[in-house]
Design a protein. Structure first.
Length: 261
């Protein structure tokens, strides 16, 4: 003999159904009978707020209208079969994948933050590499050693460095008298940096300096003590840099474990 639900059971079921109906968010809008999920409006509203838009009824109305227009166009595209084209499907797949990847990276960053100890260690490492001096050099970059020697000869004869710099291969400094501005030696290739720190203020290199770019004649205009920025000032940049390194390492590790055929 079958047993029917009691009146109490019916009441419980009805209550659950009613609660589900209340809990389900109303769609943002309906276009030709197709509901636009409220979650889409939430995502778009959050994007606008994150860009500085004030939350207001006008913003909600604008987002709703934008979603309606998108749905109208999407429906028209589907009518024409555009969404069935292989190249369009591929683009849609890539767009969906990009959203998924961004969400994964955000989740990874949240679960694997850079520690304060790592940030301070990186700060001290960079500060050590910077040294205690900052230099203001000029240079002339030429193709051959003979050209560089000829420039040194002209300097000894009294020609101005700024004039000779016009024949430099370095487009970023040739029109500025070869001036490279205040710089840390670590910014330059090793042969250049090693020659630079040996010069006295106002002195130029007595012999050509060879690097992967050609031959340099270097003049040191000035030198000053270097004061590194404090930890708090550079902390955001350091955190971004280390976090990016962690993400890259994570990707490399996943790639190494993946079975690729």
């Amino acid at each position: 003999m079958k047993r029917f639900p009691s009146r109490l059971a019916f009441g419980l079921i009805a209550g659950l159904i009613a609660h589900a109906a209340v809990a389900a968010p109303a769609p943002a809008a309906k276009v030709n009978g197709t509901a636009i999920p409220a979650t889409r409006a939430d995502v778009m509203l959050n994007e606008q707020r994150s860009q500085g838009a004030p939350d207001s009824p006008q913003l909600h109305d604008a987002v709703r209208e934008e979603l309606i227009r998108r749905e109208v166009l999407a429906q028209e595209a589907a009518k024409k079969g555009i969404d069935k084209k292989p190249e369009i499907q591929a683009q849609m797949d890539l767009a969906r994948q990009a959203v998924l990847l961004r969400a994964y990276i955000q989740d990874y960053v949240k679960a694997n933050p850079v520690s304060e100890a790592d940030l301070k260690k990186e700060y001290e490492t960079i500060k050590g590499q910077m040294g205690s001096k900052e230099y203001k050099p000029r240079h002339v970059l030429v193709e051959t050693e003979d050209e560089a020697k000829a420039i040194i000869t002209k300097l000894r004869a009294g020609e101005k460095f700024e004039t000779l710099a016009k024949q430099s291969k370095d487009p970023g400094s040739k029109d500025n008298g070869g001036d490279l501005g205040w710089s840390n030696p670590g910014m330059f290739v090793k042969p250049f940096a090693e020659a630079l720190v040996k010069l006295e203020k106002g002195q130029y290199s007595a012999t050509p300096v060879k690097s992967e770019f050609g031959y340099h004649v270097i003049q040191l205009d000035d030198v000053r003590d270097l004061k590194a920025p404090d930890f708090a000032t550079v902390k955001p940049q350091l955190e971004q840099r280390l976090q990016q390194q962690k993400i890259e390492k994570h990707i490399v590790d996943l790639r190494a474990k993946a079975k690729v055929e």
